[in-house]
Design a protein around this ligand. Structure first.
Ligand SMILES: Nc1ncnc2c1ncn2[C@@H]1O[C@H](COP(=O)(O)OP(=O)(O)O)[C@@H](O)[C@H]1O
Ligand SMILES: [Mg+2]
Length: 226
């Protein structure tokens, strides 16, 4: 699935109530091709998360259009938009996004369950991922017992388990050690190259550049070639 953004931009107000706004993402065209890892780097505050959110259907741009295989992600029918998102786009957000009342295994399966696509072998597959990312002993633990890096791997497994053709990962290797960083990046690369997934990784770690098919940098709301 190809994501194409045309003429999108997003501005925010500096302070609530003030009239001076600034562009977190300046008007740009950007696209994400299938079967490739696209990496977006840049300083903190340069607009990476804002751009990712617009491409993932989570934040409507102020201007311009975002489409996935030709379908407008911000069409008039919100329910249709979110159904489409749930089925085709998976997001690993920068912050914490686990359900605290579900254990690790159930959090890994959550995406599949919400999409009504759990299969007989889903638990076994989740356990394979947990094992690969060295957190299988935590399968029954609750999220509050996990470190930041462990939680991040759970969020990533959830995204990898879904059948979504497009995967957005915002700083997926933040708080991971070297070995797990490598494993996570390798899993994302495999998803792109062997399952033809469309992948966007936002990161400021050089480590990730090794697996990039395309690299861009953001600088004060502008996308520049890296
Ligand atoms: N909802 C918001 N309201 C106001 N300002 C925001 C909002 N979201 C992000 N910003 C600002 O927009 C700029 C870009 O933010 P962000 O996209 O999160 O950058 P990055 O992910 O590169 O660190 C920052 O200056 C940030 O403070
Ligand atoms: Mg960010």
């Amino acid at each position: 699935m190809e994501i194409i953004a045309k003429g999108i931009s997003k501005r925010f107000f500096r302070k609530a109530g003030e009239s001076n706004y600034f562009f977190a993402v300046k008007e740009c065209d950007f696209s994400l091709p299938e079967a490739a890892v696209t990496i977006l780097t840049g300083h903190s505050g340069s607009g990476k998360t804002t751009l990712l959110s617009m491409l993932a259907g989570l934040l409507a741009p102020d201007a311009g259009l975002v489409s996935a295989d030709g379908r407008n992600l911000y069409g008039p029918d919100d329910r249709e938009n979110s159904a489409f998102r749930g089925r085709h786009l998976a997001v690993v957000p920068q912050g914490r996004a686990v359900l605290d009342t579900l254990n690790v295994l159930d959090n890994c399966l959550l995406g599949l369950r919400l999409a009504g696509r759990e299969a007989v072998d889903s638990i076994a597959k989740a356990e394979e991922w947990l094992d690969r990312f060295e957190i299988l002993p935590l399968r029954s633990a609750m999220p509050r017992e996990l470190s930041g890096g462990e939680l991040r791997r759970v969020m990533l497994i959830r995204a990898l388990m879904t059948e979504a053709e497009v995967l957005f990962a915002d700083e997926p290797t933040a708080d991971l050690d070297e070995e797990n960083t490598e494993k996570v990046l390798e899993a994302l690369q495999t998803a792109a190259h062997q399952q033809q997934k469309t992948i966007l990784i936002v990161t400021h770690e050089n480590e990730a550049l090794k697996i990039a098919d395309r690299v861009f940098r953001m600088n004060k709301g502008e996308i520049v070639p890296a």
